[in-house]
Design a protein around this ligand. Structure first.
Ligand code: ATP
Ligand code: MG
Length: 752
């Protein structure tokens, strides 16, 4: 694959070319204070991926410097996650605690150089002395201590002579630095806790900024890759290594954007809260974004790695749509897993004119995923179908079984309804039906036309299973706390029915249940007596989930951003903007936060809005594509104006071009600065929405593919995608997907 390389790989190549390093060494350095989540998967795929791509090595290092929150169960979970994703760490697992003695020696060295001191200011005063972003700080009087006194105090701190908080060790850097992190950062603090590896040996523990760079150095790491919130820490990273005059080659720190996903919380602290308050069933609850949860749900390692690759490595924070993760598991499973039939809400059907029993041969893999493999499907006069595959008073466009409309039983016969049996409350309890003997799937000579095929199971041989249906854990696009939990995130169907082959000759543990979704045999609770299946993902993105619900956005609070270890609230002006974006313009809080805090972006955005009032569409392009460009260049260097961006979005709104084509046009705009409309015209990118242009194309495709038309009409709904694909191909991606869909639907469902 000849993909363009991300900025990290470009840097690695540059360093190799310049001979800066013999070998590339990266590391994945989690703190073992919780189960790893999909954000960690991104970091794992970057660090281990780079080591693999450049024949280097990647260390797994437990950053165990905070004894109060860490635990071996988390160490195991982290090791599991890395291995399950298919990576191998170099040699043994490393621990920052392995270096406690070496780190301590470095600390003494800094003291001896006059570059570190023991400070004994009370915490509150220490904070006060740090100053603010706009005001220089003031150095503590204890910075005057002699080298000897400092060395002695540090030794006593280590040996447990003092209370927690009584003293700290600080680097002596610059109390007036514009980078708050550089204002004499803490190197060690006193903690009287038992450490799960180091025991009670230490009463002081090193801070991240001191331990991390040195651990990297000690391991020979070359590229120390972390997330953007550590951008300001880079200066300390370099200061420590440079001040200690460590022999080159030394590591350098690079930052990338952390992964955020909508409808998902990703901080271990918040995940821990869910687990501890028993709002979910443990760290591997299939609704959690933990690796253990995704794994138990049925996600494959491939799907997660593909997802990480698709979202790419960027330098600007953004929120990824959870639909993209769902897409990646669907496309991984679609060609791989067998398709079987399961009925979740059974309705009995008795076929009056059928006698005896037979076994039908049914392929596990339909024609669009050609692959060997089939099973025997028992058939008799008693079957179950899905309750909502029958409608007594059908709505318009209902294609399944009705009192007057026959339907095909997938892989079997066409049936029609003869009588509806109801209980005393008027609930339908059974359908009396008849079948057409010459309509058997694959050898149908009946001439009867149906509009769809439905799943079913034979009544006597079907097996009962439990099915766990999962929905998003949060109702809110950017969940803040447990109030945003979705009360319906788990629905348990106790008595679903499944065809026997699934249970008796399990060809795999993952299945597509036809027309329902992808399912996974629960690795924990599944027993032969009570099989349990987890729903991994639906077959398609539900249209209800595509729509954003504005009322969910009302009570959002401005998001606090972490600068310099402290939460910096927005300025009044930023907050006013944020409020306006959320309440008036209905932007999602992440997007609003990004815009409100960035003057350049928000003025660009507001100027664009003046030409065209499409707040959400414009905000998306501004906070994603344009923000990304602005990381590399100044706003004055952009080739396009806000007005031109507005015009681009306007064309999407007016369905002149599709969103996909819009991306292409935008790329062109940022290269050439041409007017969007001109680009669209000169490249002939206008979307084709006119049925009189599209219909002849569709006709031709129908004429050329009689077999697929027949199969589609016999119930192979999957082939719909084939026809849409052909039309889009014939129009070079310019067919308006909405129009194309509805034209094909009309055309294919007209029988004869
Ligand atoms: P959390 O806030 O979820 O506890 P963390 O950053 O404290 O995460 P660590 O265990 O310290 O987690 O991180 C291990 C590595 O994984 C770090 O390099 C960190 O930058 C990276 N990482 C953590 N979360 C994400 C994320 N959402 N996206 C990408 N990388 C992440
Ligand atoms: Mg953390």
């Amino acid at each position: 694959m000849n993909k363009s390389k991300d900025f990290l790989r470009r840097k690695v190549e540059e360093d190799l070319k310049a001979g800066k390093y013999q070998e590339i060494i990266t590391r994945f350095p989690p703190e073992p204070n919780g189960f790893p989540h999909i954000g960690h998967a991104k970091s794992i795929s970057i660090n281990f991926g780079i080591a693999r791509d450049y024949q280097g090595r990647c260390n797994l290092r437990m950053d165990d410097t905070n004894p109060t929150t860490e635990d071996t169960q988390y160490v195991e979970a982290l090791k599991d996650a890395v291995q399950w994703l298919g990576f191998e760490w170099d040699k043994d697992v490393h621990y920052t605690s392995d270096y406690f003695f070496k780190l301590y020696a470095y600390a003494k060295e800094l003291i001896s150089m006059g570059k570190a001191y023991v400070d004994s200011l009370p915490e509150e005063q220490m904070r006060e002395y740090r100053g603010t972003v706009t005001q220089a700080g003031k150095r503590s009087k204890y910075a005057q201590r002699s080298v000897e006194e400092n060395l002695e105090l540090l030794e006593q701190m280590k040996n447990g002579k003092f209370q927690e908080g009584e003293h700290v060790l600080r680097a002596k850097i610059d109390m007036a630095s514009p980078n708050m992190k550089m204002r004499d950062p803490l190197l060690y603090r006193i903690k009287h806790s038992h450490h799960f590896r180091a025991g009670d040996e230490w009463s002081i523990y090193p801070m991240y900024d001191f331990a991390h760079c040195l651990s990297d150095y000690l391991e020979g790491v070359t590229h120390s890759i972390c997330t953007l919130e550590f951008e300001n820490n880079r200066e300390i990273y370099d200061w420590v290594l440079d001040t200690l005059k460590l022999e080159p080659p030394r590591p350098y720190q690079y930052e990338f954007a952390r992964l955020n996903i909508n409808y998902t919380v990703m901080s271990k602290r918040k995940l821990l809260e869910l687990v501890e308050k028993k709002l979910v069933n443990g760290w591997d609850d299939p609704r959690l974004p933990t690796i253990a949860g995704l794994r138990r749900r049925g996600y494959t390692p491939e799907s997660i790695l593909n997802f990480c690759e698709q979202i790419g490595v960027a330098k600007a924070n953004s929120v990824v749509d959870v639909a993209q993760l769902e897409f990646s598991i669907r496309s991984d499973l679609n060609p791989k897993v067998p398709r079987v039939m399961c009925v979740l809400d059974p309705l009995k059907v008795t076929i009056g004119n059928y006698d005896g029993k037979e076994e039908l041969e049914a392929s596990y893999y339909p024609h669009d995923v050609p692959k060997e493999g089939s099973r025997r499907l028992p058939f008799s006069k008693e079957i179950y179908i899905e309750r909502d595959d029958f409608m007594e008073n059908p709505t318009k466009g209902y294609f399944r079984l009705t009192p007057t409309q026959p339907v095909r039983l997938k892989h079997a016969y066409i049936i029609c309804c003869k009588e509806i049996i109801k209980d005393e409350h008027g609930n339908i309890v059974e359908i009396k039906a008849e079948y057409y003997p010459d309509s058997k799937s694959g050898e149908d000579t009946s001439g009867i036309k149906v509009k769809s095929a439905i799943q079913w199971v034979e009544a006597n041989e079907a097996k009962e299973i439990e099915v766990r249906l999962y929905d998003r854990l949060y109702i809110n696009e950017s969940p803040q706390n447990i109030d945003d939990l979705n009360p319906n995130s788990l629905k348990i169907v106790k008595n679903a029915l499944i065809e026997p082959a699934v249970i008796t000759q399990k060809p795999d543990v993952r299945f597509q249940f036809e027309r329902e979704g992808y399912f996974f045999a629960d690795p924990v609770d599944y027993t032969d007596k009570k099989p349990v299946f987890n729903k991994i993902v639906a077959l398609k993105e539900a249209s209800s989930q595509k729509k954003k619900t504005p009322q969910n956005r009302q009570k959002q609070e401005p998001k606090k951003v972490q600068i310099d270890g402290e939460v910096t609230p927005m300025t009044k002006e930023e907050e006013a903007k944020f409020e306006k974006y959320i309440n008036e313009l209905k932007l999602n809080p992440e997007v609003a936060n990004t815009l409100a805090r960035d003057k350049q972006l928000s003025s660009f955005y507001e100027e664009a809005l003046e030409s065209l009032f499409t707040p959400v569409g414009i905000a998306n392009i501004v906070t994603n594509d344009i923000a990304r460009e602005l990381k590399q260049k100044d706003i004055s260097a952009l080739k396009y104006t806000p007005k031109q961006v507005a015009k681009l979005i306007e064309m999407v709104d007016n369905e002149i071009i599709s969103t996909k084509i819009a991306k292409q046009v935008f790329e062109e705009m940022s290269k050439s600065g041409e007017e969007p409309r001109q680009i669209v015209d000169s490249k002939g990118l206008i979307q084709i929405s006119d049925p009189s242009v599209l219909l002849p194309i569709i006709e031709e495709i129908i004429v050329k593919n009689p077999d697929n038309v027949e199969k589609y009409r016999a119930g192979n709904n999957k082939l719909f995608g084939f026809f849409v694909g052909q039309v889009l191909k014939a129009t070079k991606g310019k067919g308006n997907p909405k129009v194309v869909n509805s034209l094909i639907e009309d055309r294919l469902n007209i029988i004869n």
